[in-house]
Design a protein around this ligand. Structure first.
Ligand SMILES: [Zn+2]
Length: 55
């Protein structure tokens, strides 16, 4: 480690639940594409797609 604090990690807001989530090692190559905090929210994305289609 090079003195990286936890608060220095990038965060995003989950499009489904609206909560902030923090960068994870498993996302290091796809972080730009990550929009959901969990697989559970990613699956719920389908619901948002259906809603936005009619708005
Ligand atoms: Zn979420």
């Amino acid at each position: 480690m090079r003195g990286v604090k936890k608060s220095d990690l990038p965060t995003k807001i989950c499009l489904v639940c609206g909560r902030p989530f923090t960068w994870r090692k498993k996302w290091e190559k796809v972080w730009d594409e990550v929009k959901f905090c969990s697989d559970h929210c990613r699956q719920n994305k389908k619901i948002i797609d259906l809603k936005s289609r009619y708005s």
